[in-house]
Design a protein around this ligand. Structure first.
Ligand code: SF4
Length: 639
């Protein structure tokens, strides 16, 4: 196998300057922190850390007393201002080419012009550029996105257009051409760094000559990924961070292997990779086998296995053993909008993926993990629909018509009428919860589910169990579900029983709400069962609280006590002996003198001392006397 290395491979001017500046400071014994990893090369960062250089992710992470190096990507103006305000000594290693774009961005803001930046919005360099204008700014990834922005913003007049220094040259040419066509007076600054341009051009030329291209660079490095894309248009391409990541099987049958490297790759790593490549021997695989694997057609919806060879925040590169190089965008990896690529996958992982788009001209294949999972999920959903079984879904949102849910990437709609046991319940409380759902309809992408069907099944099972075990006298703890004028309905586990108003209290009450409220947990017992009509009558008031029982035990005939008058009638006064038990002092029993009108002698609220004469337990009538006590008193006085 012949190995051809691109001349421009390795550190560029800006990276080399930043690394030298940081090394020099560390060698002088200065305490230095870099704001973010100095370059996208973990090995180089680790070496600096061994020299005492600290990598701080944010300003707050910079240790006290440290001087700060701003890396070649640059930072937004606000960050520099914040560092100055906090009194840090700053060493600005922003690459002069990047600093030039900052100046353009600043002028755009001052002139009130729209700034359009070709690049990756999540890349620190782009964030730094965006953070240097005080005016309107938009980032676009290609000519298509640029066209959408120009139409949406109605900004065809005179926008200022710049590019991330490592932006793909071909995409920039297309974008610039488009802007020239549709804008009246665009100011286009070709800010792609010549180091990037030279690397991409050289890589493209080399890739055309090789059976395999090895791109060396940090898996987080944007310019490395761009080199990979450029090379992949012409030949099979893999990316590695170090020599250890080289897999011997990549080189089966390879006659010429090309090597290029991102701008942040140290020369020592390039050397190691080339050395290991020359040591790798071809495996035993026959040429026919190899040819078969290599030439197997890759088409839309084909399921392939691949090994992850490179990772950036927005996509991964995958070797699928074919002529074309595979890419998986983060949106095709996970449904979670907050998911980070480095948490989802690592270099060397083997993934099963589905082909969603091929581009023979570019030699690239767009793949998806999410859609393959959704395909498997779709099969499970169809099966669940056929069998009537339940699936555990995640409720992802709520809309006018009902709930949105997901099961393994499959979208499921749950109409509001099927979302809860009762209509009118607040559906938003279900968002982000897991729910068991019955799939009631599944035709193509239209999948309808019902939570209510599951709840109904559950309550039918609970009802069956209730009737199998229910017996008069059995006690339950249940929740009060609703109140009516004639009683309270209590859920005792799938069955609603009625506690009649007369069974709620020993006292006379006008409405059940005087005793219980909806939602109260109360202890009830079965008074009566009507299995035929499915009716259960419940008791709530306790025998031991029966005031007539208390009267029997605590107030023997002849006992004397003081109690309040609670009402007056023509024939006497009612006195409250106990809550729920009133006794009558007949008009003839009020005084030893003749009483014409009860009101002449007594008023409601008067405390009177009475003697218990008699109780009619059947009619629940109690006879009391004040006169008997007066007679007894006068007799005692006569003696
Ligand atoms: S790639 Fe170009 S712009 Fe970026 S750091 Fe290197 S020299 Fe500077």
């Amino acid at each position: 196998m012949e190995i051809r290395t691109a001349k421009s491979a390795g550190f560029c001017f800006g990276v080399s300057r930043a690394v030298k500046m940081t090394r020099d400071l560390a060698e002088q014994g200065r305490r230095v922190a870099t704001l973010g990893p100095l370059i996208h090369n973990p090995q180089c960062v680790a070496e600096l850390e061994r020299m005492g250089v600290v990598t701080a992710d944010t300003i707050d992470d910079i240790p006290e007393g440290y001087e700060v190096v701003i890396r070649s990507h640059g930072v937004p103006a606000a960050v520099t201002e914040e560092l100055a305000a906090r009194g840090y000594t700053v060493h600005d290693a922003t690459c002069p080419f990047v600093a030039k774009i900052h100046r353009i961005a600043q002028s755009a803001g001052e002139e009130g012009q729209l700034l359009l930046v070709a690049g990756d919005a999540s890349h620190p360099e782009v964030q730094g550029i965006v953070g240097h204008t005080t005016g309107k700014v938009q980032v676009f990834a290609d000519a298509e996105e640029l066209s959408t922005i120009l139409i949406e913003q109605n900004a065809q007049k005179n926008p200022i257009i710049v590019a991330q220094t490592t932006f793909q040259v071909t995409k920039w040419s297309e974008s610039a051409l488009f802007a020239k066509k549709v804008c009246t007076n665009p100011k286009i600054f070709d800010t792609i760094c010549s180091a990037t341009w030279t690397r991409q051009e050289e890589t493209e030329k080399l890739a055309k000559e090789c059976d395999l291209m090895v791109v060396i660079g940090g898996h987080q490095s944007s310019n490395t990924q761009k080199l990979c894309r450029v090379a992949a248009k012409h030949t099979r391409t893999v990316t590695v961070e170090t020599a250890d990541e080289l897999l011997p099987e990549w080189f089966n049958g390879v006659r010429i292997a090309g090597v290029t490297a991102g701008a942040s790759t140290p020369a020592s790593i390039i050397e190691e990779v080339c050395k290991k490549m020359s040591e790798i021997r071809e495996e035993e695989m026959s040429f026919e086998e190899l040819f078969e694997q290599y030439s197997a057609p890759v088409f839309r919806n084909k399921v392939v296995r691949g090994v992850v060879t490179g990772i950036t925040p927005s996509e991964i590169t995958v070797d699928i053993g074919a002529k074309a190089t595979g890419f998986v965008h983060i949106s095709e990896m996970s449904d979670d909008p907050n998911a980070k690529m480095e948490d989802l996958v690592k270099v060397g992982d083997e993934l099963e993926l589905i082909v969603i788009k091929t581009n023979d001209q570019e030699g690239t294949v767009q793949l998806s993990k999410k859609r393959l999972e959704a395909r498997a999920g779709q099969e499970e959903v169809s099966k669940a629909c056929e069998e009537g079984s339940a699936l555990e879904v995640t409720i992802t949102g709520v809309n006018k018509g009902g709930l949105e849910a997901k099961y393994k990437g499959v979208n499921i709609f749950i109409p509001a009428s099927q979302a809860t046991a009762r209509r009118g319940d607040d559906l938003s409380v279900l968002v982000k919860t897991k729910q068991n759902v019955k799939i009631t309809e599944c035709s193509g992408r239209r999948v309808i589910g019902s939570i209510r069907a599951i709840l109904n099944e559950k309550s039918a099972a609970a009802r069956e169990q209730f009737w199998a075990e229910a017996e008069v006298g059995k006690t339950y703890t249940g929740a009060v579900k609703s109140l009516t004028n004639y009683g309270a309905f209590v859920d005792i586990g799938g069955i609603d029983g009625l506690v009649h108003i007369s069974e709620l209290s020993w006292n006379r009450i006008k409405h059940p709400s005087e005793v219980v409220s909806v939602g109260d947990e109360i202890e009830v017992y079965i008074r009566n069962l009507d299995a035929e009509n499915g009716k259960v009558s419940l008791g709530f008031k306790k025998v031991e609280d029966n005031p007539w029982e208390k009267l029997k035990n605590e107030y023997p005939i002849g006992s004397v006590f003081t109690a309040p008058v609670v009402s007056l009638t023509k024939f006497g006064a009612f006195v409250r002996i106990l809550p729920g038990v009133d006794g009558l002092v007949h008009i003839s029993e009020i005084s030893t003198d003749r009483v014409e009108k009860v009101q002449d002698v007594l008023n409601v609220g008067d405390e009177v001392t009475v003697k218990l004469l008699d109780v009619d337990w059947d009619k629940k009538r109690v006879s009391l006397s004040m006169k008997a006590l007066l007679v007894e008193a006068s007799e005692e006085a006569a003696e």
